[in-house]
Write a protein that binds this ligand. Structure first.
Ligand code: SF4
Length: 419
């Protein structure tokens, strides 16, 4: 329940700001693109160019000045914290800040900020601030900033928010881990629903059979997404072609989706363009070479994330993934080949990690991968995904370190994050 709001907001400033125009990794908070900033005595609020709340950070009390809350376009608040230490966060996640989610996920860190009063107060403070703005907006002192403040009132006043999932006719239960390179700010465009395997262990599957979207459906999504992102579209340079397996889709449809998506973001203020997608072992192995040539020639740098899960047949059978270990191994070799061949494509892989998995899972992973990684390429990495419901985070961390320091490839933890 919303705490009682204090009276009129006073001593606040409103400004239009520009942050960095290139996604970067640094041990200090970075704001990207163009945005509206409001500073009060206690908080800094950042709103997107439509006036929708985007970031809250606290300025005093028990709030660490480095931490911040970010609202996704799926309407989830995420807490970014430096509380684990930069090098710890970077070791596990390849980023300097750890993300804490407000729903059940597979983090290796036990910190739960959404149960902390200072985080709840920050969320309440935003609602109070917006609600109190209505009382003062007509005062002469706010004549210059009135247009911006009106946008903020109109877009954060507790009315039903536009739901991006209605536009794409899908939920996004998990984003590719590589979307971290765009701070998870991706425009989702669904080109195929469902997935080929519906593995028993998987907590993110939709249980749907593969359903391919046609050009008309993709064009409709993009048209409505243009309205959804509104003025803020200029802050986006990245697209996620969903959902769980975009490589099952014909090359001509993928090319259409890429071409139309690029039109949507071509006036971005952010440098470079990124495309993210998932592929399954089967669709990856069977993908025609011309799809990779097309991706390599596209205006995007493309990341494709493949779910290997394991190279050990006992483990694959145990988790109910209907794939042969030999195919998983073939796909890994293909990943290395594509990473070498195409400068504009980077394939990364997922493997599971769990305290209850057979020892053969770990040994097969290390033996097979190290045998096949013959050089230290600067492309490709492995994400280890702790099984959902894993209770022993210390054991997961121990296993993670064993793999990280013996594998000839960068290794990070895969945090299941939805959009
Ligand atoms: S692990 Fe991948 S292929 Fe298996 S059900 Fe989940 S999303 Fe589908």
């Amino acid at each position: 329940m919303l705490a009682e709001c204090a009276s009129k907001p006073n001593n606040f400033s409103v400004s239009m700001e520009s942050g960095l125009d290139k996604y970067s990794k640094a041990p200090h908070p970075i704001r990207y693109g163009n945005y509206i900033r409001i500073r009060t005595e206690d908080y800094e609020y950042i709103f997107d160019l439509n006036g929708r709340a985007k970031i809250i950070s606290g300025k005093r009390g028990d709030w660490s000045r480095e931490d911040w809350l970010k609202l996704t376009k799926g309407n989830d608040w995420i807490f970014y914290t430096a509380g684990m230490g930069y090098s710890n966060a970077f070791t596990y996640e390849g980023e300097y800040y750890t993300l804490c989610l407000n729903y059940n996920s597979n983090s290796v860190f036990d910190y739960r900020p959404f149960k902390s009063q200072y985080v709840l107060n920050a969320l309440d403070s935003l609602q109070c601030f917006v609600s109190n703005l209505k009382d003062i907006i007509d005062e002469p002192a706010y004549s210059e900033s009135r247009a911006l403040l009106k946008k903020i009132i109109n877009n954060n006043s507790g009315l039903p928010k536009p739901d991006i999932h209605n536009i794409i006719e899908s939920s996004i239960s998990v984003l590719p881990p590589d979307t971290r390179h765009s701070d998870y700010d991706v425009i989702p465009v669904i080109i195929a629903d469902g997935c080929l395997y519906n593995c028993n262990f998987c907590s993110v599957k939709s249980n749907e059979k593969i359903n391919l979207r046609d050009e008309a459906n993709i064009a409709r999504q993009l048209n409505q997404l243009r309205g959804f992102y509104g003025e803020d579209i200029i802050n986006y340079n990245s697209v996620f072609l969903g959902n769980h397996d975009a490589l099952v889709v014909k090359e001509s449809i993928v090319a259409f989706a890429i071409g139309e998506s690029y039109k949507l973001i071509k006036n971005t203020v952010m440098l470079d363009n990124y495309l993210y997608l998932f592929g399954s072992i089967f669709s990856f192995l069977n993908a025609d070479e011309k799809i990779f040539s097309m991706l390599d020639d596209s205006p995007f740098h493309t990341y494709i994330n493949i779910g290997f899960e394991s190279f050990d047949q006992t483990t694959l059978d145990l988790i109910g993934k209907p794939v042969k270990a030999d195919d998983s191994k073939k796909a890994f070799k293909r990943m290395i080949e594509i990473n070498r061949k195409y400068s504009n494509i980077e394939i990364t892989g997922n493997l599971i990690i769990g305290s209850q998995l057979p020892a053969s899972h770990l040994t097969s992973m290390q033996d097979f991968m190290n045998e096949n990684i013959t050089d230290r390429s600067n492309k490709g990495c492995i994400y280890l995904s702790p099984l959902l419901g894993e209770r022993d985070n210390n054991e997961i961390k121990r296993k993670f370190h064993t793999i990280k320091y013996t594998l000839r490839m960068p290794v990070y933890v895969y945090l299941i994050q939805r959009l």
